[in-house]
Design a protein around this ligand. Structure first.
Ligand code: HEM
Ligand code: HEM
Length: 183
């Protein structure tokens, strides 16, 4: 497909595009803040900042999900040109659904984990109420689930990004252009 055609073909709404790339940025922040927390010693302000940032970046992903679903479903999905085979369409749907679940389940698990761990979450100095009672055993399995979810997330996001690049550079259709900021 020529560049001229892909630029004039229908796109996702500007709001959907902004939210998509903002979510990508938030995911980078949420992973980096936790994976690199060890650069600061336990109990230091730097370590606390990394962890608190992780919690809030994750909560922002959850909040953005609501706006995203509204923006996404208030307009029809722009067509991929040239048309892709049905199996690719179905596979993309499954991966997108799994990513939506990731954006919902991971922050929710994290919030329950904090409560089970008796770690208070503060907003403008006020302590937010705990969702469940503190309990070490519950915290342990919630943490395991959260960690497994994070690993699945790496694979899902990796597959999704590679598929987008495959569409753009190999199949040369407008999949990625539809999700890009155009002049
Ligand atoms: C999409 C959102 C999220 C992703 C992808 C994510 C990912 C991760 C990752 C990769 C880890 C490190 C696991 C390890 O130990 O190797 C982690 C740990 C943790 N996350 Fe999340 N997380 C998300 C949201 C949240 C939220 C919203 C909260 C709480 C409000 C939270 C609370 C925690 C806690 C308490 C830990 C345990 C580690 C510690 O405190 O040292 N997470 N998360
Ligand atoms: C944290 C990383 C990412 C997340 C959470 C994410 C999430 C999503 C979700 C949920 C959709 C489905 C939209 C719908 O309902 O139709 C989507 C679509 C899309 N994403 Fe991502 N994405 C991420 C990274 C990327 C990257 C790195 C690229 C490019 C290399 C990309 C390119 C696209 C494209 C082209 C679409 C439209 C696909 C289609 O209509 O079939 N995404 N993304």
């Amino acid at each position: 497909m020529s560049n001229a055609t892909s630029k004039t073909a229908p796109s996702f709404s500007r709001l959907t595009i902004i939210i998509h790339w903002l979510t990508v940025l938030l995911f980078i922040c949420v992973y980096v803040s936790m994976e690199f927390r060890d650069i600061f010693e336990r109990g230091t302000p730097g370590r606390d900042l990394m962890k608190t940032s992780h919690y809030w970046f994750g909560i922002c992903i959850l909040l953005l999900l609501a706006v995203r679903l509204f923006a996404r479903f208030s307009q029809p999905t722009p067509a991929i040109v040239p048309q892709q085979p049905q199996w690719q369409h179905q596979l993309a749907k499954v991966v997108h659904l799994a990513i939506y679940l990731l954006m919902l389940v991971m922050p929710v698990l994290g919030l329950f984990l904090l409560s089970a761990d008796a770690v208070p979450l503060r907003l403008f100095g006020a302590e937010l109420p705990a969702l469940i009672a503190a309990d070490a055993a519950t915290a342990e399995w919630l943490e395991d689930l959260h960690e497994i979810g994070a690993t699945i997330g790496y694979y899902l996001i990796g597959i999704h990004a590679l598929a987008a690049l495959f569409h753009h550079y190999w199949l040369k259709d407008n999949t990625l252009v539809r999700m890009s900021f155009k002049k």
